[in-house]
Ligand binder design. Structure first.
Ligand code: ACO
Length: 399
């Protein structure tokens, strides 16, 4: 919903609190399914080993036509449909990813122009598998400050493109996909209640994808090890121990910040890395594992996309209800970890679920317009340059 200017001003003046609510959600995964049996043809492994050690049975793999931006775009469009929000109403787009299309331009900018979100700022966020929770917290703070009213946070990955397909201890774990949420400002209490964001760079060598810059770092831990340019390296055993510890700790910390306890929590949506990590967190917190969402068996670890994908499926399965307290918890490269508590529910006045047909058609028209707008803008830049050269005009008058 576009908040009227007067209401925005009112919110900024802050007589009542401003809260950030999730009002839309969407996911997209590639069509290609790679099973554990398919994996057996690539590396020395077995379906039995992968299932028992990780809980994964299959994962989705991007085709040549898929990219981090195209998967993120599809998830974002679905989230806009659920929220019944127009792309022109978005103020900020954050894409959490470890597999951006480029160092720059950001994948967020690519999605922004394909959506036709002409009023939005856009940037990528690098916090590995914790990135989605980091992104939602950044958007929440921007909303709560009164600076923006509507944000899109996307977790999108094409992990298959950075895997070392000869390393059986990592390539069997990951998959591709994207998930997105729309957050909106409201005076109604609820939405994101608390968050805990953490990092420990001393563990950088446990999990990495070295890229431009790494080679020049003298004494880099990357050079003396098995880390390869643009390929994922992971010390699985150490990451496992780290993850098993921080998941429980950060959930409790986020709950304490929200003045809640585990008894108040309906559902935990954890990063999907390994079923044994989820089981170990459940044991540590003395919770039944059914309180945790898991879809690892079908998607593997989709890094920053795993929490929003699991959230979308939990909603679809009817596991998320009005006023439920949910916890998101992520961990990964950095090392980073993050937990967040949300009270679920779309406040009256925010338009989620309504899905008006006219607005849906306007969104479709805007996507088509965005497509042609880009082409026209690029063409006009070329024509301008050509005309300047023809007329002998200085293209850089300031220099
Ligand atoms: N198939 C068959 N055997 C295998 C495979 C495989 N795919 N991979 C490893 N093995 C072998 C090993 O070589 C080893 O054999 P050895 O005993 O003869 O040396 C044996 O299985 C046991 O290996 P471990 O590494 O001890 O196996 P473990 O039970 O620890 O499982 C795993 C490995 C699945 C990687 C686990 O450590 C793990 O899940 N770690 C956490 C990963 C994670 O959470 N990552 C999240 C962050 S991701 C991000 O931020 C991008």
């Amino acid at each position: 919903m576009v908040m009227p200017k007067s209401e925005k001003a009112f919110l900024r003046n802050g007589e009542q609190g401003i809260y950030a609510h999730v009002v839309g959600w969407g996911m997209a995964v590639p069509d290609t399914v790679m099973t554990n049996h398919d994996m057996e043809a690539i590396v020395e492994t077995s379906d039995e080993w992968i299932r028992t050690r990780t809980g994964i049975a299959e994962r989705r793999i991007a085709s040549e036509r898929d990219s981090t931006a195209s998967l993120g775009l599809r998830a974002a469009q679905r989230a806009l449909d659920v929220a019944d929000v127009l792309p022109t109403e978005i103020d900020l787009i954050i894409v959490a990813t470890s597999t951006p299309e480029n160092i720059f331009p950001s994948t967020a900018s690519l999605i922004q122009h394909r959506l036709g979100a002409v009023k939005a700022g856009a940037f990528d966020l690098s916090a590995a598998c914790s990135g989605f929770v980091y992104g939602v917290e950044m958007a929440t703070q921007a909303i709560r400050s009164g600076s923006i009213a509507t944000a899109m946070v996307i977790g999108a990955e094409t992990m298959s493109r950075v895997l070392d397909w000869q390393d059986r201890s990592t390539c069997i774990l990951f998959g591709d996909g994207a998930g997105a949420v729309v957050l909106q400002a409201s005076n109604a209490p609820g939405g994101v209640l608390s968050a805990v964001l953490r990092s420990d760079g001393s563990g950088a060598d446990m999990l990495s994808i070295p890229t431009v810059g790494s080679e020049d770092l003298s004494n880099s831990y990357f050079l003396a090890s098995e880390h390869r340019m643009f390929k994922m390296y992971m010390n699985g055993g150490e990451v496992f121990k780290f993850a098993a510890r921080v998941v429980g700790e950060s959930i409790l910390e986020a709950l304490e910040k929200a003045d809640l306890t585990l008894d108040d929590v309906s559902l935990i949506v954890p990063h999907q890395a390994n079923m044994r990590i989820i089981q170990s967190a459940a044991r540590a917190l003395k919770l039944d594992v059914s309180r945790f969402v898991s879809n690892l068996d079908r998607y593997g670890n989709t890094s920053a996309a795993s929490i929003p994908i699991a959230l979308c499926e939990a909603i679809e399965q009817g596991r998320v209800k009005e006023n439920d307290n949910l916890v998101f918890v992520g961990f990964g490269g950095g090392l980073t970890w993050a937990a967040m508590v949300l009270q679920w529910g779309i406040p009256q006045g925010l338009e989620g679920y309504s899905g008006s047909r006219i607005k849906r058609q306007r969104r479709r028209a805007m996507y088509t317009l965005a497509h042609w707008r880009t082409r026209l803008l690029r063409l006009s830049r070329v024509i301008n340059q050509f005309a300047n050269r023809l007329l002998g005009r200085d293209e850089h008058p300031e220099e």
